[in-house]
Write a protein that binds this ligand. Structure first.
Ligand code: HEC
Length: 258
């Protein structure tokens, strides 16, 4: 049976075996063949990058992370939150229904490094900003099981007592500017003060923060402690901005019906 099916191809197999045999015995032909095959494979992978400028949407209103939010982002990375949480909503219907509009490339434009993640032990966090109150976020980080009894998330209560280190913020913003984030000299110079100001609604540093980062900047005591600016302030400020740097996704993606 199999023989009958393969019979018409016999000539082809024979020819293929003969050419293969010949190529294998000519090292130059073999080398050239390998380079050609690898070249095609490489091109297929690299080609999409040529259109990167068309692929990344343009949004002139895209906001920058404030120094406090950026500090929170660094804590998120330091604590390894990305090992359990992704930050990229895929275009699949179930994801869009659960998390909201799928992620656009422009939303990660200023993310260095990006935190899309590949593991979802916990839910995706790309649009978690303002989903819960600051108080919920703090209590959840202090003791996840107090709010979600079946949670397996570790607790991070120590962040509430750790004073936020702000001295290195100008250098950190400067480094980000080197890789393309448009922080101005003014922003870099005032980074440390702005980080404190954003978490201190009643201090006079607030004006500078809003002036530099826009009216929509959330200025408040994120962790409820008014005696010092903590790592908890920074982390919660960061969580609350996730998915809120631009409203382009909401504009261009109609939500599926309920
Ligand atoms: C061991 C895996 C793990 C790690 C590490 C982890 N989480 Fe979670 N996280 C979870 C799980 C599981 C849930 C869902 C249950 C719950 O709400 O506690 C969750 C829920 C959350 C939620 C609520 C999301 C929603 O939409 O309800 C937030 C916010 C969150 N985590 C933030 C963080 C932050 C910030 C860090 C790092 C400081 C972190 N997580 C580290 C597993 C983890």
């Amino acid at each position: 049976m199999i023989k009958t099916i393969l019979k018409p191809f016999a000539k082809f197999f024979e020819l293929q075996a003969r050419t293969h045999y010949r190529v294998e015995r000519h090292s130059m032909a073999l080398t050239f063949g390998i380079i050609l095959a690898a070249g095609v494979g490489g091109f297929v992978e690299i080609a999409p990058l040529f259109t990167i400028d068309d692929t990344v949407e343009i949004d002139p209103d895209m906001r920058l992370y404030t120094p406090l939010e950026q500090a929170g982002r660094d804590i998120y990375i330091r604590e390894g939150c990305y090992a359990c949480h992704s930050q990229m909503i895929r275009t699949l219907r179930d994801e869009v229904e659960r998390y909201g509009p799928y992620s656009l490339a422009v939303e990660s434009q200023y993310d260095h490094p990006m935190l899309w993640g590949s593991k979802r032990t916990g839910p995706d966090l790309a649009r978690v900003g303002e989903k819960y109150s600051d108080d919920w976020q703090v209590r959840h980080l202090v003791d996840p099981r107090a709010l979600v009894p079946e949670s397996i998330m570790p607790h991070y209560a120590f962040l509430l007592d750790a004073q936020l280190e702000t001295d290195s913020l100008p250098d950190r913003l400067w480094a980000l500017r080197m890789v393309g984030v448009p922080y101005t000299d003014d922003m870099i110079e005032n980074a440390a003060g702005d980080a404190v100001g954003q978490a201190r609604p009643d201090s006079d540093r607030v004006n500078g923060v809003v002036e530099r980062y826009g009216q929509q900047t959330a200025v408040r005591t994120f962790d409820g402690r008014s005696d010092m600016v903590t790592e908890m302030d920074a982390l919660v400020a960061y969580l609350q901005i996730l998915g809120r740097l631009t409203d382009l996704p909401q504009q261009i993606q109609p939500q599926p019906e309920e």
